[in-house]
Design a protein around this ligand. Structure first.
Ligand code: ADP
Length: 479
């Protein structure tokens, strides 16, 4: 058994704002069959503490960046959770990352440095649980900038543990003013351009990329994209310098949560004619009339990354061709306004907010799911779409390029097509892809083949979990 501590700022089903939570929640279960024992260290936000009430204390300190802290262990939903209970850092209402003003909590650098430092300390001392002699991880698996300083603290403390840094999204880098070096317990000697400095500031993500033993990101295409100035967001040089240590490992999805045959939120699917029933149910649910055209869905954060402004521009032609659209999303105020206005059209329904059950019903009921991201490290909703026979229409970038096979003539003839890709990522190219989708939808034998191919495409964790397990083993038993 390889013992791995996953260090993450969110983890489904306890606390989720995006795909990172899904991955952190699913990976330990997928790895259990691969000889890996994974525990998960997560900040003790109020929502987390409420769910682990009654857990035992396995580690504590009087002073973690200005206040007492302890780690509580509990098993929840099959996961071995270690919650970092530090009231001065995490006991606050609202978003886990943003204050009431919609901006990052000003002490975010400290909050997540604390998480990272405790991971390094736990690797040194071990966790005093019921395991004989305590449980000591051999690998710390650090997710995104919030865990980015972990490998740096490991280095500072001289802890004997291997570290893996995974980039789920290069756009979030965890920058902090240089004046915080002391407060974060970071020696100024590390503040160099080949260390933790990023243009005059401390970068937690860069620190992880520089100091971790191995790097991964969530798709092979994103791994290569990260080496380019276009996608590397200023850190492409760091990734290029460590190209030999970087692996792209695709995310899978939790097949028990996203299961067309047993979806707790979209039961219609359990019948043989499930897809048509789910589509009819979704139309009733959101108040769209039945038509002969396809129903497209979107479930997404509304941010510049996701390219939903491009969809606004491509929409009129799609609607003129008989398409309908249902969008579920939340985020950027300008995009929310624009989408609210788009919903004036009788064939467009927009639900603003975060709604897990509705996300399931939309993905179960859509004929196609549109993901026009400008960049997409992996993307999960196109994977849900594949599983539910909701044909993905995606930008050819990152994990979208790796998981969807375009329904061009060759792809259709070879019987491998699962969706539609478009490039470049522009409104025109998206409009053309949507026009192709409408034309294919009008040919039921071709469309049904596409749906069947999509549903057969493997989207589970099996292959990827094996890759992570092999990576951990490589780090713990070097040849
Ligand atoms: P990202 O992590 O960049 O937001 P991903 O595609 O990797 O993108 O993961 C997004 C996750 O969040 C998916 O599980 C998706 O279903 C979910 N999601 C996004 N927006 C919403 C929403 N408004 N309501 C419910 N679930 C949502």
């Amino acid at each position: 058994m390889t013992r791995v501590l996953s260090v993450t700022s969110e983890c489904a089903p306890l606390i989720k704002t995006g795909g990172l939570a899904d991955v952190a929640g699913a990976l330990p279960l997928a790895l259990a069959g691969q000889g890996v024992q994974m525990r998960t260290l997560l900040p003790g936000y109020p929502a987390v503490m409420a769910q682990i009430a009654g857990a035992g204390v396995v580690w504590e300190t009087d002073d973690l960046f200005g206040g007492p802290a302890r780690v509580m262990a509990a098993e929840i939903a099959g996961l071995h959770m270690l919650a970092l209970d530090a009231r001065h850092l995490f006991a606050r209402a609202g978003s886990i990352y943003l204050g009431p003003d919609g901006l990052d909590w000003p002490d975010n650098p400290l909050r997540f440095a604390a998480l990272s430092q405790v991971a390094a300390l736990l690797a040194d001392s071990g966790v005093a649980d019921d395991t004989a002699g305590g449980w000591r991880p051999q690998v710390l698996h650090c997710h995104d900038w919030q865990a980015g300083l972990t490998p740096t603290y490991v280095q500072i403390f001289g802890t004997a543990v291997a570290t893996v840094m995974t980039v789920h999204n290069m756009a979030f880098q965890g920058l902090a003013p240089v004046a915080m070096l002391d407060a974060l317990g970071l020696p100024s000697a590390m503040f160099t351009s080949d260390g933790i400095e990023f243009h005059g500031r401390i970068s937690a993500l860069k620190a992880g990329l520089v100091h971790a033993d191995a790097l991964t990101t969530v798709s092979p295409t994103y791994a290569t994209e990260l080496m380019t100035p276009e996608y590397g967001m200023g850190l492409d040089g760091v990734i290029r310098a460590r190209a030999g240590d970087m692996t792209g490992i695709l995310n899978g999805i939790d097949g028990a949560v996203w299961d067309p045959a047993g979806d707790a939120h979209a039961r219609q699917f359990s019948t043989r004619k499930g897809k048509a029933t789910a589509t009819a149910a979704l139309r009733r649910d959101v108040g769209l009339p039945a038509t002969g055209g396809p129903l497209a869905v979107v479930v997404s954060r509304l941010s510049q990354q996701k390219g939903l402004d491009l969809l606004l521009d491509a929409l009129p032609a799609f609607l003129d061709a008989g398409g309908q659209l249902a969008l579920l999303g939340a985020g950027d105020a300008g995009l929310e306004r624009a989408w609210r206005a788009a919903a004036d059209h009788p064939s467009v329904v927009v639900r603003l907010g975060y709604d897990e059950p509705l996300a399931h019903r939309m993905i179960a009921g859509g004929d196609m799911i549109v993901v026009p991201s400008r960049f997409e490290p992996c993307g999960l909703t196109q994977l849900y779409g594949l599983r539910y026979g909701t044909v993905p229409v995606v930008a050819r970038t990152g994990g979208l390029a790796d998981t969807v096979v375009d329904a061009n003539d060759a792809g259709l003839r070879a019987g491998v097509a699962t969706g539609l890709q478009f490039a470049p990522v522009t409104a025109d190219a998206l409009a053309r892809a949507l026009a192709r989708a409408v034309a294919l939808y009008a040919q039921p034998s071709i469309w049904n083949t596409l749906v069947r191919n999509a549903m057969r495409h493997p989207v589970d964790w099996q292959a990827s979990a094996a890759q992570y397990a092999a990576l951990y083993r490589r780090l713990t038993d070097p040849p």
